[in-house]
Design a binder for this molecule. Structure first.
Ligand SMILES: NC(=O)c1ccc[n+]([C@@H]2O[C@H](COP(=O)([O-])OP(=O)(O)OC[C@H]3O[C@@H](n4cnc5c(N)ncnc54)[C@H](O)[C@@H]3O)[C@@H](O)[C@H]2O)c1
Length: 252
C-alpha cells in the first residue's frame, strides 16, 4: 500500500483483537505505531512484535474514557506529527435495554462515544495544522442495522458513523479525511465475552448460519481496509462507511 512507510499512526485498543492485527499490519507497512490501550501489557506485547519485525512501535497505558489521560498521551506523540488515527477501542455487555441500568449506559457511552471524541479533539488540531491526516473509526454494523441486546452500544456506534460524516464535511478542505469501518460479528475476546455459556454458543451458531460467507469475521479480515483508507491510495475517499461482515449486511 502506498504512502504508509514512516507514517506516525495511533491505534487505540491495539492490545487485542482487531486493533492488534491492525497494528501489526501498519508495522509491516513500515509505519511507526503508537498503541494506546488500558491493558498496557497487551499493548506492549503488540509493540514488541512490531519492533521484532523491524518497525518502530510504542505502547501507552491510556483509558480513552479519561480525557486528561488522552491529552497527556497526545502531548507526548503530537510534536513529531500524527498522520493516522485509528479509533478502535470498543466495549459492550449484552443485555436487553429494559433490564439495563444507568451504570451500564454510562460505561458504554464513556468508552464507545466519549473515548473517540476525546481522541478526535486532541488529534485533529495536530492534523489540521499539518494540512493532512487520516482517521479511521471502527464503528459497528450494530450502528447501521441495530443489534439485539446492544441498544446503547448501537446508539454510540451510530453516533460515531454520523460524527465521522460530519467531521469529514467540516475538514474536507483542510486535508484531513475521515471514514468509518463497521465490523460484523468477529471472533475476538470481545465476542467471546458475549458468547460465554449455552445461549452464547447458540448465538455463534445462528450467526454462522446467517452470514452469507458462512463464518464469523477474524481480526485479520480488517487491517487491509483500514490500512487502505489510511494510505495514499484512498486520497479522494472521505465520509464513507464500509461494512466488513461476510455479506451479513449489504447497503449502497
Ligand atoms: N468483535 C466483534 O464482534 C465486533 C463487532 C462489531 C464491532 N466491533 C468493534 O471493533 C472494535 C475492536 O473490537 P475487538 O472485538 O477487537 O475488541 P477486543 O476486546 O478484542 O479489544 C479491545 C481492546 O480495547 C482495549 N480497551 C477496552 N477499553 C478501553 C479503554 N477504556 N481505554 C483504552 N483501551 C481500552 C482492550 O484492552 C483491548 O485491548 C471495537 O470498536 C468494537 O466495538 C467488534
Amino acid at each position: 500500500m502506498r504512502g504508509l512507510k514512516d507514517r506516525r499512526v495511533i491505534v487505540t485498543g491495539g492490545g487485542s483483537g482487531i486493533g492488534a492485527a491492525t497494528c501489526r499490519r501498519f508495522g509491516e507497512e513500515g509505519a511507526h505505531v503508537f498503541i494506546l490501550d488500558i491493558n498496557v501489557d497487551n499493548a506492549q506485547r503488540t509493540a514488541d512484535d512490531i519492533r521484532a519485525s523491524g518497525s518502530q512501535a510504542d505502547a501507552f497505558e491510556v483509558d480513552i474514557a479519561d480525557r486528561d489521560a488522552v491529552s497527556a498521551a497526545i502531548k507526548d506523540i503530537g510534536p513529531g506529527g500524527i498522520d493516522v488515527l485509528v479509533n478502535n477501542v470498543g466495549w459492550d455487555r449484552l443485555v436487553p435495554f429494559v433490564e439495563s441500568d444507568t451504570d451500564l449506559w454510562k460505561k458504554v457511552i464513556d468508552i464507545n462515544l466519549y473515548g473517540p471524541l476525546h481522541l478526535h479533539h486532541a488529534v485533529l488540531p495536530v492534523m489540521i495544522a499539518q494540512g493532512r491526516g487520516r482517521v479511521v473509526n471502527i464503528a459497528s454494523d450494530a450502528g447501521r442495522v441495530g443489534s439485539t441486546g446492544e441498544a446503547v452500544y448501537s446508539a454510540c456506534k451510530g453516533g460515531i458513523i454520523a460524527f465521522t460524516k460530519t467531521m469529514a464535511r467540516e475538514l474536507a478542505r483542510s486535508g484531513v479525511q475521515l471514514n468509518a469501518v463497521c465490523p460484523g460479528p468477529t471472533d475476538t475476546p470481545l465476542f467471546a465475552s458475549f458468547a460465554e455459556g449455552e445461549s452464547g454458543g447458540r448465538i455463534k451458531t445462528a450467526l454462522e448460519k446467517a452470514i452469507p460467507m458462512g463464518r464469523l469475521a477474524r481480526p485479520d479480515d480488517f487491517p487491509g481496509i483500514i490500512c487502505f483508507l489510511a494510505s495514499d491510495d484512498a486520497g479522494f475517499i472521505t465520509g464513507q462507511t464500509i461494512s466488513v461482515s461476510g455479506g451479513l449486511t449489504m447497503s449502497g
